[in-house]
Design a protein. Structure first.
Length: 219
């Protein structure tokens, strides 16, 4: 009787186990990135305006995997700094020196990109990648008691980096992420992103270099 019960239980559990295994072997279709780091603007004398030569850059992206190694997606970022003294955007765009009060400078780049990842196996612990595409850079410079200058410019960007597989550090946590949220793989990555976005009728470039780090989730 006991053997019969065990046999019935095995028969009932076999399809569920097979489904879980086949699901785990399915290839991910999407990738989600969250990242942050330092942005170094191309604007001349940025340090004179804002006290340092860089500011914070935060971004997130969502991409669809056309192939395991090729994906297309969109990224939204946010860059902000505050300073005291001259307003670089107005000064350089107009070719004059504009004395200002407190200045708040904001950028919101939207990137549409294609990315190529050097992925050859799912357990590959180090994956190089590179890509780039179109950028629309929204900007806003608010000068205390003087109003704001805002708008957008079109440009392009490129980025490259390395991603490090984290699944093996804690296998149980990786399995739980898959079971609960459908996350196949988790990576830590570092990257360099270069953006070019010049104002019309001006040599002023609102782009720059960003040194970023973050997490990549494939699902």
């Amino acid at each position: 009787m006991r053997a019969i019960i065990l046999l019935i239980a095995a028969v009932l559990l076999l399809p569920a186990a097979g489904h879980a295994a086949s699901s785990r072997l399915d290839q991910p279709n999407w990738s989600l990135e969250v990242k942050g780091g330092n942005f170094y603007p191309e604007i001349d004398n940025w340090k004179d305006f804002y006290g340092r030569d860089h500011t914070w850059h935060y971004a997130g992206s969502l991409a669809y995997k056309v192939l395991r190694q090729v994906e297309a997606g969109i990224e939204a970022g946010y860059i902000k700094d505050r300073g005291q003294g001259y307003a670089p955007l107005n000064s350089q765009a107009q070719g004059v020196t504009v004395l200002s009060g407190r200045v708040t400078y904001e950028l919101a780049p939207i990137n549409v990109f294609v990315l190529f990842r050097g992925m050859f196996s799912d357990d590959q612990w180090l994956v190089p990648y590179a890509g780039g595409g179109y950028t629309r850079m929204f900007y806003r410079e608010k000068i205390e008691s003087q109003g704001a200058a805002r708008g957008y410019v079109n440009g392009y960007h490129g980025r490259a980096g390395l991603q490090f597989l984290l699944d093996g550090i804690d296998s149980s946590a990786a399995n739980n992420l898959f079971q609960d949220y459908g996350v196949h793989h988790t990576y830590l990555f570092v990257e360099l992103e270069i953006t070019k976005a010049a104002l019309d009728n001006s040599s002023m470039d609102l782009g720059g270099k960003s040194y970023l780090a973050g997490f990549l989730f494939e699902f």
